[in-house]
Write a protein that binds this ligand. Structure first.
Ligand SMILES: [Zn+2]
Length: 200
């Protein structure tokens, strides 16, 4: 398995070490003063917690996206990869997701797409935003590619057939899942480039 380490992984690890160091200095009486020692401990602990939470968000979202990709593609070894912000900065394509044919089992999702998936996962799951609707569909679309379909129009059509199931798999009720599928079909699909339409 490929290790998924980003800049944030190392930043979070470094902050944990700094928090531990501040704690040890305080306990051993090596801080320049007790007040400053406590302040340093609190400061590094808060920063480590924030970085750790963002790192956990990345990993949890990626894991859930992977389980959906396996379900839709029917390929047990399929994975979804959420791009790190840092790698997205060097990707001028602007694609919300992609599959590269030299690694056809990997659904690549832009950081923004995974952020919207996370927003959906942590929401009340009753009021999907259009960004969340699109992210759920992009996940379905890339998973159809991973299943072996390369033509965009056919992929888009098959993905619309999966939208409600994907939404349910990520916590939507039947009614909201249908609403999500309908939102995509009615509001987003007609705006897609010609290449993506006409497959249904
Ligand atoms: Zn595509």
């Amino acid at each position: 398995m490929e290790l998924d380490l980003g800049v944030l992984t190392f930043v979070a690890a470094a902050l944990v070490l700094l928090a531990i160091r501040a704690g040890v200095r305080l306990v051993r009486g090596r801080a320049s003063s007790w007040g400053l020692g406590v302040a340093a401990l609190v400061w590094w602990t808060v920063l480590a917690a924030v970085a750790g939470l963002v790192e956990a968000e990345h990993r949890v979202t990626q894991q859930l996206a992977t389980s959906v990709t396996v379900m839709v593609s029917g390929r047990p070894g399929a994975v979804a990869r959420c791009a790190r912000r840092t790698s997205d900065m060097f990707d001028p394509s602007g694609n919300a997701g992609s599959v590269q044919w030299d690694s056809p089992d990997v659904a690549r999702l832009r950081a923004d797409t995974c952020d919207a998936l996370w927003a959906w996962i942590t929401s009340d799951k009753e009021h999907p935003t259009i960004e969340e609707v699109i992210a759920l569909h992009v996940l379905a679309h890339e998973a159809v590619h991973v299943g072996g379909e390369r033509a965009e129009a056919a992929t888009e059509c098959a993905a619309m057939g999966w939208d409600a199931t994907v939404a349910r798999a990520l916590g939507a009720s039947d009614a909201v899942a249908q609403q999500i599928a309908a939102s995509y079909r009615q509001q987003v699909y007609p705006t897609m480039p010609d290449e993506y339409r006409g497959g249904c």
